[in-house]
Design a protein around this ligand. Structure first.
Ligand SMILES: Nc1ncnc2c1ncn2[C@@H]1O[C@H](COP(=O)(O)OP(=O)(O)O)[C@@H](O)[C@H]1O
Ligand SMILES: [Mg+2]
Length: 242
């Protein structure tokens, strides 16, 4: 079993009286594809935001390769190699695809290295033909790949994907999953996917954690999770196709 890349320990986040994360602990290992699932409002996005420094937790710790990164600013966490994609593709509407990806690359590179990185991730994400197209003119599937490319351009070792497969049709989804598989196998990027699309979760993840009302209610392999009565009750529903 590989060493942990990220350890979340007893993390709590409140918004006023609402407890969005309640004592959440989980561990992601180097090189794996990990998934977090759960109903809307379970706290998945909040967990990502508290890992990457966009929000500060009220209690608990986040360790990256053993070092405490709790509450560090987002650019510092990005420099360490943790990046997340955003659920709603961000406001790059008036930028071209290349410009949007360049924003990511500037996080880590300068000078000629920026364009080298942009070209590399455009190729990986199969976006070369869209290079000069404005983001607002693009369909959902290539736009999801732009968001992935922007994140990849920051050179993450741990990539957190927030509902990146939402709204894709089966063939678009298969293509997107293939890109993620390659990133994991060839680039050795550890992936954590938050997803409602069960085909993607069950097809990619080695281990899954289930959140419900801000609490971890189950953890296991896809097989264990898809047959866990508590998960079926809270989320998958009876007769869910996994
Ligand atoms: N910035 C915020 N202010 C107040 N409440 C929030 C905020 N962000 C999220 N919440 C609430 O926290 C809970 C968890 O939200 P979220 O993390 O977005 O869930 P998920 O991503 O699992 O759908 C929800 O009840 C949501 O309404
Ligand atoms: Mg969310």
């Amino acid at each position: 079993m590989s060493a942990p890349i990220l350890q979340v320990s007893q993390l709590t986040k409140r918004f006023g009286s609402l407890v969005a994360l309640n004592n959440v602990s989980l561990e992601i290992r180097e090189g794996e594809i990990f998934s977090i699932i759960g109903p809307n409002g379970a706290g998945k996005t909040t967990l990502f935001f508290n890992i990457v420094g966009l929000q500060k937790p009220d209690a608990g710790r986040v360790l990256f390769r053993g070092a405490d990164i709790t509450g560090k600013p987002p650019h510092k966490i990005c420099d360490l190699g943790i990046t997340c994609t955003f659920q709603v593709p961000r406001a790059f509407a008036n930028m071209t695809v290349e410009e949007a990806v360049r924003v990511g690359a500037y996080q880590r590179y300068r000078g000629r290295e920026v364009q080298r990185k942009v070209d590399e991730v455009l190729q990986i994400c199969e976006l070369e033909e869209y290079r000069h197209q404005r983001c607002c003119d693009m369909g959902l599937a290539p736009l999801r790949r732009v968001e992935l490319a922007r994140a990849l351009a920051t050179e993450p070792v741990l990539l957190l994907l927030d509902e990146a497969g939402a709204g894709l049709n089966p063939s678009e989804l298969a293509g997107f999953m293939e890109i993620l598989r390659r990133l994991n196998e060839e680039k050795r990027i550890t992936l954590c996917i938050v997803e409602h699309v069960m085909q993607m979760v069950m097809g990619l993840a080695q281990r899954i954690v289930v959140l419900d009302y801000g609490e971890v209610i189950a953890e296991g392999t896809p097989q264990e999770i898809s047959t866990n009565p508590r998960v079926i009750e809270a989320y998958l529903g009876k007769g869910a196709v996994c």
